[in-house]
Design a protein. Structure first.
Length: 452
């Protein structure tokens, strides 16, 4: 989409339609954009489910042999084609070599996760030594939060925000672990009355006015329900100005938005890898600690895998802790989880986050344009079903997800889309989350969703 830099998606659609002599809503526009998509070859790196394999499609409405329209990468990304090959290589190695696989082969098990650390760092804008691939998201949150030490009274207070349950529960339990009450020690930001998303100025104002009593500012990079992308650079600067420790749950941001965790000076971050990073359900998670904290923050809970690799197997029981986030590792990572993550990160390495973001802005903008064109509320037809988009309209405040509220029951809409081979994500009570992912979704996917 480099050709359309500097103009909005709507303007681009208008230019394309005018050059083709058709309406902006025409399928010809989608076909034109797909033909000129410099990233279209990346779709071939993934396995797209067939409609017939996704229950409960309706054979009278769609051809089951066709690829489904997969718009749920915000929940679980598609399987990279290389994943099966890599997993089978390690199963074969295990069968033939047994324990020798720990140190032999293309990905020796004893340090396999280290071999893809740089690929992950590139995705989130970090230095390789600031990233560790380990555990699951919630485990990493606990490890990082329990290690944050301070004798100041402000240590009693955390800042949370409309959190996904895993993060909310983790923060609550960390507060209780210190003998405190979450009702007193956890601040919850909420949107203004009548609004769905938070205003950046409200977040910054709260930090300014209450920051002296806040120990940890921890927010989502992208809010899972609304799809709002937060200004992490501004929030980090504001929090650190007040002496707060600032971190982000990047589960919905990694692989979706341009992150610059190192340059922004973020103190810590954690993320899973099975959404936009396509590592499979329960895939290997990651953690980030800025290099400025090397030597000042050490893990409160330590394990063998935090020991320096060069002497780890000497079994001296004298811990030589790896610096930074690598010292937080507890045990060796499951090799069968390393494999699909490697497969996906190699696809990311075929392009750049910036190029993916450019395509994402067009894809999501195209989806928004079609929804507003066909499904906006019409006062002249009060009984006609309509859609309200609760995700910010400003492209800089969202990733590829649009969260849609329908005037009809959400489950009915969800089931009708399923019948037509469209995979998306329902969140009670009234939201459908739709995410055109630039790695593998097309403009034709978006156009066909409109027709569904």
């Amino acid at each position: 989409m480099e050709h359309f830099d500097g103009v909005t998606a709507t303007e681009t659609l208008g230019h394309v339609a005018a050059s083709l002599g058709c309406e902006s809503t025409s399928a010809e526009v989608a076909a034109y954009l797909d033909e000129r998509d410099s990233l279209r070859h990346l779709r071939d790196e993934f396995l797209v489910p067939k409609i017939a394999d996704l229950p409960p499609s309706d054979p009278s409405l769609v051809d089951g042999a066709q690829d489904c329209i997969y718009l749920v990468g915000n929940s679980l990304g598609l399987q990279p084609k290389r994943a099966r090959k890599y997993v089978e290589e390690e199963l074969d190695k295990w069968a033939k070599m047994g324990a020798h696989g720990h140190t032999l082969g293309s990905r020796p098990w004893a340090w396999a996760e280290d071999t893809i650390q740089e690929l992950m760092a590139n995705v989130v804008g970090a230095k390789p030594e600031e990233v560790a691939l380990m555990n699951g998201l919630t485990v990493n949150l606990h490890l990082l939060m329990v290690s944050r030490r301070s004798n100041r009274p402000r240590e009693a207070v955390r800042l949370a925000l409309m959190a996904f349950p895993c993060r909310h529960y983790a923060v609550e339990s960390q507060i209780r672990l210190r003998g405190l009450d979450p009702q007193d020690s956890m601040l919850l930001l909420r949107p203004r009355p009548g609004e769905e998303t938070l205003r950046t100025e409200d977040i910054l104002q709260l930090i300014e006015t209450q920051g002296d009593s806040i120990a940890v500012v921890m927010l989502s990079g992208v809010q899972y329900y609304t799809g709002q992308l937060f200004d992490m650079a501004a929030i980090t600067a504001a929090g650190q100005k007040k002496g707060c420790f600032v971190g982000f749950d990047c589960a919905h941001a990694a692989g979706n938005a341009v992150l610059k965790l190192h340059d922004w000076g973020v103190d810590f971050a954690c993320w899973c890898s099975y959404k936009y990073l396509n590592s499979g359900a329960g895939g290997l998670a990651a953690a980030f600690i800025h290099e400025k904290h090397n030597g000042t923050i050490e893990p409160a809970l330590k394990g063998w895998w935090g020991h320096d690799l060069t002497s780890r197997f000497q079994m001296t029981n004298e811990l030589e802790l790896r610096p930074g986030v690598s010292g937080f590792r507890l045990s060796n990572q499951p090799i069968l989880l390393v494999c699909p993550l490697q497969a996906s990160l190699q696809v990311f390495n075929m392009t750049s986050i910036q190029a993916l973001r450019r395509k994402s802005l067009m894809l999501t903008g195209y989806l928004e344009f079609l929804i507003r064109h066909y499904y906006s509320h019409d006062p002249a037809q009060p009984h006609k079903p309509h859609v309200r988009i609760i995700t910010p309209s400003d492209p800089e405040q969202r990733g590829c997800q649009l969260s849609l509220c329908f005037s009809v029951h959400i489950r009915t809409v969800f089931q009708e889309l399923e019948k037509r081979g469209v995979a998306c994500d329902m969140r009670e009570p009234s939201v459908l989350r739709v995410a055109p992912v630039p790695l593998y979704n097309t403009f034709s996917d978006v156009h066909q969703t409109k027709r569904s």
